[in-house]
Design a protein around this ligand. Structure first.
Ligand code: UDP
Ligand code: MG
Length: 314
């Protein structure tokens, strides 16, 4: 049995040594064959040097280094494309995915009839109120309008059998939203809740705006529902205008037709204009995604690695 661990790293020089010690300790206690694949996502600190130090000490340590920052999604995809373990897991370098849980996760996959063990934070301690409230709203909306099952609090920390990893590699879309992809491919998943951990060192790379954009991307990637807003608004507007016509005809018959209502007319025109622009904006988002998708650019570019059979560009 071989376990592959994928670790996306972006400016993690402080957390990496702590992570490394802990994960090796856990792996040694499990007594299994393993490889740890660090994906250096264009860090501009000494992350790569720290990783290279690990490779000198331990030949199970592999690394891939990107030519620039491509984002965690690209780093995870590069990982999935380049590991060959019977079981594969993605872990953050900041210890927010406790390595301690690994042995329990492995036991569940080995002994029970599941294809993956996914982790879910039970609470959001250490996170601001506004942030967790927005997260809750996001999960509510996306589950209402998409077929992928996206669980609130789910982490990317997930141990998977090879068959599931192969399915994920096959999903070669450029706009990646892993929480959706994991749910979309299906397979039997065991959910393991755990207490939220705060990162050991360094800072989160997510700004509030970055997270909002990520959430909107997730919705657009996994649902076509926003596209039908335009038709819905269209139907409602047509019905309203029909009622208005009836109202005006009756008023004309009963009271004659004094010219009035300039203000209401301007309000209606700007209102409809606003809705039209809003709908065009939504369509624009989908077109932009399609544009990126059809260009078929590589997900990532590798500048350095110690793996022999590396997939240079994908
Ligand atoms: N990460 C990455 N590329 C990026 C941003 C983050 O590879 O552009 C890695 C980061 O090094 C960490 C993991 O993704 O191992 C999670 O990042 P972070 O802790 O900033 O996110 P959070 O835990 O706050 O969601
Ligand atoms: Mg983190």
């Amino acid at each position: 049995m071989k376990v592959s661990i994928i670790v996306p790293c972006f400016n993690e020089q402080e957390s990496l040594p702590i992570f490394y010690e802990e994960v090796i300790r856990v792996l040694d206690s499990i007594h299994c064959e393993y490889e740890i694949l660090f994906v250096n996502d264009g860090s501009n600190d000494d992350t790569l040097a720290v990783i290279k130090e690990f490779t000198d000490r331990n030949r199970m340590i592999k690394y891939i280094s990107f030519s620039r920052n491509f984002g965690k999604e690209a780093a995870m995809y590069a990982g999935f494309c380049n590991v060959d373990g019977d079981y594969t897991v993605v872990m953050d370098a900041d210890m927010q995915d406790p390595p301690m849980l690994l042995s329990k996760m492995l036991r569940i996959l080995e002994e029970e009839d599941y294809d993956s063990v996914a982790t879910r934070r039970e609470n959001r301690t250490g996170e601001s109120m506004i942030r967790s409230q927005f997260a809750r709203i996001f999960y509510y909306i996306i589950n209402k309008i998409s077929d992928a099952d996206i669980v609130d609090g789910a982490r990317d920390f997930r141990l998977m059998k090879k068959s599931m990893v192969d399915a994920i590699v096959q999903m070669g879309e450029y706009n990646r939203f892993s929480k959706g992809i994991f749910g979309w491919v299906g397979f039997r998943t065991f959910w393991l809740p755990y207490e939220n951990q705060e990162r050991v060192a360094g800072e989160t790379k997510w700004s509030f705006w970055g997270l909002t954009k990520y959430a909107l991307d997730g919705i657009i990637n996994f649902s076509q529902v926003p596209l039908s807003f335009a038709s819905l608004f269209g139907v409602i507007m047509t019905m309203c205008s029909f009622l208005a016509v009836v109202f005006i005809i009756i008023r004309k018959l009963l009271f004659g037709d004094p010219v009035q209502g300039w203000t209401s007319l301007v309000c209606i025109i700007t209102f409809i204009g606003g809705i039209q622009l809003f709908c065009m904006g939504i369509m624009g988002q989908y077109i932009a995604k399609t544009y990126l998708e059809v260009k078929k650019r590589p997900h990532y570019i590798i500048s350095d690695s110690n793996k022999e059979d590396i997939k240079k560009v994908n």
